[in-house]
Ligand binder design. Sequence first.
Ligand SMILES: *Cc1c(COP(=O)(O)O)cnc(C)c1O
Ligand code: SF4
Length: 350
Amino acid sequence: MNAVKPIKTVDDLLQAGLATPDDRAMLDEVAARYAIALTPVMARLIDRADPDDPIARQFVPDPAELTVVTGERADPIGDHAHSPVEGIVHRYPDRVLLKAVHICPVYCRFCFRREMVGPQGLGTLDAAAMQAAFDYIADHQKIWEVILTGGDPLVLSPRRLRDIMEALAAIAHVKIVRFHTRVPVVDPEKIDAALIAALKASGKTVYVALHANHPRELTREARAACARLVDAGIAMISQSVLLKGVNDDPDVLAELMKAFVEIRVKPYYLHHPDLAPGTGHFRLTIDEGQRIVAALRGRISGLCQPAYILDIPGGHGKAVIGESVIRATGDGCYSVSDYRGGEHSYPPAG
Ligand SMILES: *Cc1c(COP(=O)(O)O)cnc(C)c1O
Ligand code: SF4
């Protein structure tokens, strides 16, 4: 029953054995609202005998997606309010998002941009819109970093990626180009010599932020794809989403973060899920999240510690929301807790 071709429709899901005909009406209803896709690599990774498989939970549609709860919104992190020209989101002075494409090789059921991505989504910037985006970046001297996201920018062909990198090469104040992607995990063969050469075409420092949420995603092929990037001089960081039923367990997260470090991907962010419509079944409370993240402290190397992040709804940016380990006790003194929970005082300065 293993799928050999990409899964993009309800029929494909049924054929691949990832759903049963009884699910058909529900699947049609979900598919009418949100894009569906799995790559063959991800479809093969799913254990069909496990009803709680953490890979299936990320990619196979669920009836819970039809329930929208209070507070959920189409634009959970307020991209729209900070978009001066099509495809650019400029919230912080020194960096912009460049959303060249709104297509992904897989569609995550918890996606924060689920109302914008997919075949019915915001589409791909045309040549004129790309030029306007580059002009905006060139006109803003303070932009030090350009973050290609979307959608998944590594669905673009090496030729398109090379065009983007060459356009950025001409803008001297841009020093860093960062890509946010799932491709090394979900379609590792795409990370070939042509793609890597395109990423390096600007001569700028390139970072690839890899999105993965469960240690099983880091297959031998995915690890090899990351090695090709890192060996080529591209720095890698991770981003994961803390998801109920996928990785809401300190053991699973510890294994994921250690695996990242082992393959030279520095753990960067662990996101609290955003308030995207129909994703309530993935969200823990912030209290639960803080406890899980605190359990990583002291137990795994400092190299393996991600920052626990909330993107403040409404476009107010990101905040680090790990449990505070230090509190002021008056007269310039502090009480600080160690990783076992012991409390210690710290004296005033001077
Ligand atoms: C998340 C985000 C960034 C990147 O933030 P970092 O903390 O640098 O990773 C930049 N711009 C916008 C609009 C974002 O939402
Ligand atoms: S890869 Fe990113 S943008 Fe695409 S569906 Fe998943 S979370 Fe959304």
